[in-house]
Design a protein around this ligand. Structure first.
Ligand code: GUN
Ligand code: ZN
Length: 428
C-alpha cells in the first residue's frame, strides 16, 4: 500500500477548546507531518522523525502551510447551489420565490446529476470533505449526490426532503410515499462505502402531523440513522408553526410529539429557542447546527453560541447553502466570529477551527472517524495557505504566535487559501 507523507504545520485537537484550556485542547506542530496509508492517518509527529522512519513514503512538502482535518459542513442544501445569493427575501418568501422553483427542476435526473457534480467540485475547492445535505423530494436527487460522492470516495450524509403540505404541488409527497421512498433510499445507500442516510422532514410547516409521525416511525426502525430538520430559524416561521400545531408546547414539541427528537437528530439554525426547548435538547443530547452566513443573509437572528455551549449542547457549524451565502467554511467561521462579537462573546480561532472540524463531526457522531488529525482517523484533510492573498499575507507577516497567523485566513480567506484538499487519503 502506498504511504504518503505530508509535511507542514499540523493542527490537531486533544479536547474541545470550549471546555478545556487552549494549551490542552489544541496543538500546532510547526514542523509536523502526517503519514497517510490506505485512506487513513497512520502516524503523526515531527516531520524529521517520520521522514526517517518511513523513507519509502512519497513526500509532499507543504512548507509553512497548515495541515488540518478537512472541513465538515453539517447542514447544506446541494439543490440550492444555483440559487445561492438570491436577493432580498426573508425565509418564507425566499423559499417560495427562489428555492421551491429551483427544487422543482430536480424532477430531471440529469439536472440533479449536473448540480451534484458542481456542488462537490465547489466544496472540494473550499476544503470541505464531508457535508450533510438535504436533497429534494425526488428520490433521484438522493441517488445523484450519493453516486457523485461515492465516485470520489467521500464521506457524506444526505436524505430525501419530505413535504406534504404548504409547498408547490410538484414538490409534495405524502406521508406514506415519504415513508416508502425514504426507507427504500435508506436501504440502498446507508452504510454503503462512506455514505450515510439522514431521514429528512424539511420542517414542521411543510409536513402534516401524519408525515412527521411516519418519519418518526421510520427513525425508530433505523435508530442508527441521523435525522435532520430545521428548528426556530425565524420569528414568522415560529408563529406559523404555532398556528399549524395548536396543541404543541413549542416548536421542538412538534418534532418530539412525533418521534423526531433524539440524540442523532440534527436541528438546523435553533436561534429563537424557549427555555424548555433548550433544556430538552441538552437532556436528549441532540445536535444544534449553527448556520451563521445564512442567519445573517436571510435575516434570521443571532445564535447564542456561548450560552448554548455553557449548557453543554452539542453544536456543529454549517454553510446552509444556498440560504447561506458561501460554500466556504472559512467564510462561515468568519461569520460565526462576527455573530459572537455582536453578542459580546467573541470566539477564539481555535474554537472556530474546532467547530468546523471536530465540532461538526461530533454533531454527526462521526468524531471517531473524521474531523481531526490523529492516528486511525480517515485521511480527509485540508491544507491552508496562510498567505493566500496580499491582504492576508501582510497581516500574517506581523503575527505574534500561531493563532494570529491563522486568524487572518479565517476572517479573509476563501478558496484561494485552499492549497489542497485530501479525501480518503488522496488529493481531490
Ligand atoms: N427552512 C425550511 N427549508 C429551508 C431551507 O431550504 N433553507 C433554510 N435556510 N431554512 C429552511
Ligand atoms: Zn437548511
Amino acid at each position: 500500500m502506498t504511504k504518503r507523507l505530508l509535511t507542514g504545520q499540523v493542527l490537531s485537537f486533544a479536547a474541545d477548546p470550549f471546555h478545556a484550556p487552549l494549551d490542552e485542547a489544541v496543538q500546532v506542530d510547526t514542523a509536523g507531518a502526517v503519514l497517510v496509508e490506505g485512506g487513513r492517518i497512520a502516524a503523526t509527529g515531527p516531520a524529521a522523525a517520520l521522514r526517517a522512519a518511513h523513507p519509502e513514503a512519497e513526500v509532499t512538502d507543504y512548507g509553512q502551510d497548515l495541515i488540518c482535518a478537512g472541513f465538515v459542513d453539517a447542514h447544506v442544501h446541494y439543490p440550492q447551489t444555483a440559487i445561492i445569493a438570491s436577493w432580498g427575501k426573508r425565509l418564507i418568501d425566499w423559499l417560495n420565490s427562489y428555492t421551491f422553483p429551483e427544487e422543482i427542476s430536480f424532477v430531471d435526473p440529469d439536472h440533479a446529476a449536473e448540480i451534484a457534480l458542481r456542488y462537490c467540485d465547489l466544496t472540494a475547492a473550499n476544503g470541505t470533505t464531508t457535508f450533510v445535505s438535504y436533497c429534494t423530494i425526488h428520490p433521484a436527487s438522493v441517488d445523484a449526490i450519493m453516486a457523485e460522492a461515492q465516485g470520489r470516495g467521500q464521506r457524506i450524509v444526505a436524505g430525501k426532503t419530505c413535504m406534504d403540505r404548504n409547498a408547490p404541488e410538484a414538490l409534495q409527497d405524502t406521508a406514506q410515499s415519504a415513508y416508502n421512498d425514504s426507507k427504500r433510499l435508506l436501504e440502498k445507500w446507508h452504510g454503503v462505502d462512506r455514505l450515510s442516510y439522514a431521514i429528512t422532514p424539511r420542517f414542521s410547516p411543510t409536513s402534516t402531523p401524519e408525515q412527521l409521525a411516519a418519519l418518526g416511525a421510520l427513525w425508530a426502525e433505523h435508530p442508527d440513522c441521523l435525522m435532520q430538520t430545521h428548528l426556530s430559524e425565524q420569528l414568522d416561521e415560529i408563529a406559523w408553526v404555532r398556528s399549524l400545531y395548536p396543541q404543541a408546547r413549542d416548536y421542538l414539541d412538534t418534532y418530539e410529539a412525533h418521534g423526531l427528537l433524539g440524540p442523532r437528530g440534527l436541528y438546523g439554525h435553533a436561534i429563537h429557542l424557549e427555555p424548555r426547548e433548550r433544556a430538552r435538547l441538552a437532556e436528549v443530547g441532540a445536535s444544534l447546527i449553527h448556520c451563521p452566513t445564512s442567519n445573517t443573509f436571510i435575516g434570521s437572528g443571532l445564535f447564542d453560541m456561548a450560552g448554548l455551549m455553557a449548557e453543554g449542547q452539542r453544536i456543529g457549524l454549517a454553510t446552509d447553502t444556498g440560504g447561506g451565502s458561501s460554500f466556504s467554511m472559512l467564510r462561515t467561521m468568519a461569520a460565526a466570529y462576527e455573530i459572537g462579537q455582536l453578542r459580546g462573546t467573541p470566539l477564539h480561532p481555535a474554537q472556530l477551527m474546532w467547530l468546523a472540524t471536530q465540532g461538526s463531526a461530533r454533531a454527526l457522531h462521526m468524531d471517531h472517524q473524521i474531523g481531526n488529525v490523529a492516528v486511525g482517523m480517515e485521511a480527509d484533510l485540508v491544507v491552508l495557505d496562510l498567505a493566500s492573498t496580499p491582504a492576508i499575507a501582510q497581516r500574517a507577516a506581523r503575527a505574534e504566535g500561531v493563532w494570529e497567523a491563522i486568524f487572518p485566513t479565517i476572517m479573509m480567506g476563501d478558496d484561494r487559501a485552499i492549497r489542497a484538499t485530501w479525501i480518503n487519503g488522496r488529493p481531490a
